[in-house]
Design a protein around this ligand. Structure first.
Ligand SMILES: *C/C=C(C)/C=C/C=C(C)/C=C/C1=C(C)CCCC1(C)C
Length: 245
């Protein structure tokens, strides 16, 4: 028993210069803290905002669990945890699409808008996964297909149906929608940079010096926690204004 304990350490050694491992570790803790924050604050809001806050918490909680695995995978195997990464995304990005829908429901958003965004996000992620793993030789092509789906999402929320609903809702819903749109346009654009840093293609000379995991981990912290805080802020505003919107 004593022997087992000494040969199977509870934590893998963390090298002081392992900045990739460091971002996995800090990312894991940040996601856990954010989840606790969203879950515990949930019941202080009007009923119609609770589901939105719950979804914010689910997004960071699912990420926290995946970061736990990714941190461990990186520490023991020493490779990019691509599989866990994409399972995390394929669960959390559709939930972000749900979040857009929940916010715009007050203006009469239909489920079809939500499913359209979810479908586009799944296309974006599956093609990205194929480019990173199964068909790396054509990574640039898969990345371009993924990018096309990404642009349709950007169009839908900035100029399409979602935008019209946000304008109809007005007030703090419109303001929150706009901020979330910026997250998708600028915050989500971090991911293709990580992809180009980690896959072979015409872009090698531009992004080759960056580390894919560090870029993805920074993107996740900004987009999952920041996105959730925008929704939290909307709930605070709308609950205190007693807006009818
Ligand atoms: C919480 C996780 C989020 C918000 C992940 C978002 C991921 C993307 C927006 C990924 C996009 C990609 C492209 C637009 C092209 C290259 C392949 C991807 C999948 C990295």
């Amino acid at each position: 028993m004593i022997n087992l304990m000494t040969t199977l350490p509870l934590a893998s050694k963390m090298m002081p210069d392992d900045y990739v491992g460091f971002t996995f570790f800090v990312g894991c803790m940040a996601m856990m803290a954010a989840s606790a924050f969203f879950f515990l604050s949930m019941n202080s809001f009007d009923k119609k905002w609770r589901t939105s806050i719950l979804v914010s918490g689910l997004i960071t909680f699912i990420a926290a669990v995946h970061y736990w695995y990714m941190r461990d995978y990186w520490a023991t195997v020493g490779e990019s945890p691509t599989f866990f990464r994409y399972v995390d995304w394929v669960l959390t990005v559709p939930l972000m699409c749900v979040e857009f829908f929940l916010i715009l429901k007050v203006a009469g958003a239909k489920k079809s808008l939500m499913w359209r965004l979810i479908l586009l996000s799944v296309i974006m992620l599956v093609t990205g996964y194929i480019g990173e793993t199964l068909n790396r030789d054509n990574a640039a092509l898969w990345g371009a297909i993924s990018g096309a789906a990404y642009f349709v999402i950007v169009y839908d929320i900035w100029l399409g149906q979602a935008k019209k609903l946000a304008v109809a809702a007005g007030g703090s819903v419109l303001a929150a929608h706009k901020t979330l749109c910026w997250f998708v346009l600028v915050g989500w654009a971090i991911y293709p940079i990580g992809y180009m840093a980690g896959t072979p293609g015409w872009y090698d000379g531009i992004f080759g010096g960056l580390n894919l995991d560090v870029v993805y981990n920074i993107g996740d912290a900004i987009n999952k926690i920041g996105f959730g805080l925008v929704v939290y802020n909307l709930a605070v505003q709308a609950s205190s204004n007693k807006e009818t919107a």
